[in-house]
Design a protein around this ligand. Sequence first.
Ligand code: FEO
Length: 163
Amino acid sequence: MELSKKMQDALNEQIKEEMASAYIYLAMAAYCESINLPGFARWMQAQSNEELEHAMKFYGYIHERGGRVVFQALEQPQAEYDGPVDVFEKTLAHEQYITGCIHNLYGLAMEEKDYASMGLLQWYVDEQVEEESTAGEILDTLKLIGDKGQALFMMDRHLGSRE
Ligand code: FEO
């Protein structure tokens, strides 16, 4: 079954969202470097790489279904933040936004009886549960730490160990 034009457009839109996520997290990585939190920066770089993988999974899928990938323009990501708590508040909010996008896509696939896309999107639905949970946990820890320098230093080392 060929990919419908509507589904193809929506999947291309999601490629843009995933690429934009990669760009946003890389901007956060650069910010973390600028405030001397190299572990946070490394974590954000790994997060950015994951987003690129999310985009490429859609890229591969569209081609597999005989569709056409069309890239869209990305907006300039925010460069400055108000410390690590702000970074992770925005990370969690962004992931919640992406979850909404994925759910809308799943809804469209259901409407179109596009069972193959529903199968692919289920992977993203599950991934988003993990994404929100991870960002939420880090945010909770950061709020607990507050401005205690030593704890933040330990947290930086911990986050820096992300593969
Ligand atoms: Fe691709 Fe973080 O969602």
